[in-house]
Design a protein around this ligand. Structure first.
Ligand SMILES: *Cc1c(COP(=O)(O)O)cnc(C)c1O
Length: 354
C-alpha cells in the first residue's frame, strides 16, 4: 500500500510531478535541454529573490555541501552546530582537510547572530556554514540576522544548507547577502531525490577562483561556465529538471507568499496539536515551519505507531540520531496540505486512543 510521506524527505510527490518525470528523453547538448535549463533557472531566481546565478547539480544535497566547502574555504570555516545536519558541515570540512572552529548550542536551541559575531571577530575565518532549518531538532535558525552580522566580515563567505527550508520558507538571497545557498529537491520542492539547486554569489565565484584543489564534479568555475550556456558539464538528471520546471510553475501559480504562509499554517496546526497531546522539543521562538519535532512525553512506541499508520497509508518519522527514541517528527512540507495534516493527526489519535 502506498504510504503518504510525512517524513522530512523524501516527501509526498503529487501525480502531476511524477508524470513530469516520465517524459521522452532529450539530448543534454540539444537546444531543447538548454531551453529547459534556462527556464528552470529563471524561475529559481524568482523563488530565491536573486538576480545572481543558480546552478543545477545532479547530486544529493550532501554532495553540494562538499562543493560549497571545496570552493569557498581557503583555510578555516566557522561551523554553527545545533544538531545532526549542522554537524555534517563539520564532518565534510574535516574530510576535506579544512580547518574549523565551532559555535555550539544545546540540542533544540538556535544559533544566534551574537554567537556568530563573537566568533567571527576572532578574525581567522574565511567562511561560515549555517544550517537554516535543522531538520534533526525542528529548529529554524534566524538566517537573515546571522547573515547580517556575517556581512561585517567581507572576507567571510556565508554558506547555507537550506535543504529542508528552501521553497517552504522565505529566503532572500540578494537582500540577505547569502553567498551559497543549496537544497535538494526531495524536501520542500516535493520532487523525487537526485537534484540539488544552489545559488552562488559573485563573491563566492571570486573566492573559488583563488582556491586550489576545488575538486572536479562540484567545481563552481566549471559549473558556471556551462551554466552560461544553459548547460551542465556532465549529464544532468533531465527527468527531474523537467519535473522541477513543472513544479516551479505550480509554485509560482500558488504564489510564493501563499506557499510560505501555507507552510507556516501547517506548522502552527501541528505545533498546537503537539502541545496539547505531547510537548514540543525545541526553543519555542525558533520552531521550524517545515518539520515539527515532538517530544515523546507519553513514551509511545514510534515504530509501533508507524506500523499502524502504514496500514492506513501514512508514514511519520522517528527522532533523528540521539533523539531517536526521545522524539518523533511530522513533516509538513512541499505539496502537503492542511487537510492532510488534519487527517494524519486524526489517524494518530485513533491509533493511540487519545
Ligand atoms: C535532508 C538534509 C540533508 C541531506 O540531504 P541529502 O539530499 O540526503 O544529501 C542535509 N541537510 C539538511 C538540513 C537536511 O534536512
Amino acid at each position: 500500500m502506498y504510504k503518504k510521506l510525512f517524513i522530512p524527505g523524501p516527501t509526498h510527490v503529487v501525480d502531476e510531478i511524477l508524470e513530469a518525470t516520465a517524459v521522452p528523453m532529450i539530448g543534454h547538448r540539444d537546444s531543447l535541454y538548454s531551453d529547459l535549463h534556462g527556464q528552470v533557472v529563471s524561475k529559481l531566481q524568482q523563488l530565491l529573490y536573486t538576480q545572481g546565478r543558480v546552478l543545477l547539480s545532479t547530486s544529493s544535497s550532501t554532495g553540494m555541501m562538499e562543493g560549497a566547502l571545496r570552493n569557498c574555504v581557503r583555510t578555516k570555516a566557522l561551523m554553527t552546530n545545533c544538531g545532526e545536519f549542522s554537524k555534517r558541515w563539520a564532518q565534510i570540512a574535516q574530510a576535506n582537510g579544512k580547518e574549523i572552529g565551532t559555535v555550539q548550542v544545546e540540542s533544540g536551541q538556535a544559533i544566534t547572530p551574537e554567537m556568530v559575531d563573537a566568533e567571527l571577530a576572532k578574525g581567522d575565518y574565511d567562511t561560515v556554514c549555517i544550517t537554516h532549518n535543522e531538520t534533526s531538532t525542528g529548529v529554524m535558525n534566524p538566517l537573515k540576522e546571522i547573515a547580517a552580522v556575517a556581512k561585517k566580515y567581507p572576507d567571510v563567505m556565508v554558506c547555507v544548507d537550506a535543504v529542508s527550508s528552501m521553497a517552504g520558507a522565505e529566503i532572500r538571497v540578494d537582500e540577505w547577502g547569502l553567498d551559497v545557498v543549496l537544497a535538494g529537491t526531495q524536501k520542500c520542492f516535493a520532487l523525487p531525490p537526485g537534484l540539488c539547486v544552489v545559488s552562488v554569489s559573485d563573491a563566492a565565484m571570486e573566492r573559488a577562483a583563488q582556491v586550489p584543489n576545488r575538486g572536479y564534479y562540484f567545481d563552481f568555475i566549471a559549473l558556471d561556465k556551462s551554466a552560461q550556456k544553459n548547460q551542465t558539464p556532465a549529464t544532468p538528471v533531465i527527468s527531474l529538471i523537467n519535473a522541477l520546471n513543472v513544479q516551479m510553475d505550480r509554485m509560482l501559480a500558488e504564489g510564493l507568499e501563499n506557499r510560505f504562509k501555507r507552510h507556516a499554517q501547517m506548522a502552527g496546526y501541528v505545533q498546537d496539536w503537539a502541545r496539547k497531546q505531547f510537548a514540543l522539543y525545541g526553543d519555542e521562538r525558533y520552531l521550524s515551519h517545515t518539520v515539527t519535532n515532538i517530544h515523546n512525553t507519553r513514551g509511545i512506541s514510534v515504530a509501533g505507531l508507524n506500523k499502524e499508520l502504514a496500514t492506513r497509508g501514512a508514514m511519520i518519522s522517528n527522532g533523528y540520531g540521539p533523539l531517536k527514541e526521545i522524539c518523533f517528527r511530522i513533516a509538513h512540507m512541499g505539496d502537503l496540505q492542511m487537510e492532510d495534516l488534519k487527517w494524519l493527526v486524526g489517524q494518530i489519535e485513533d491509533v493511540l486512543g487519545l
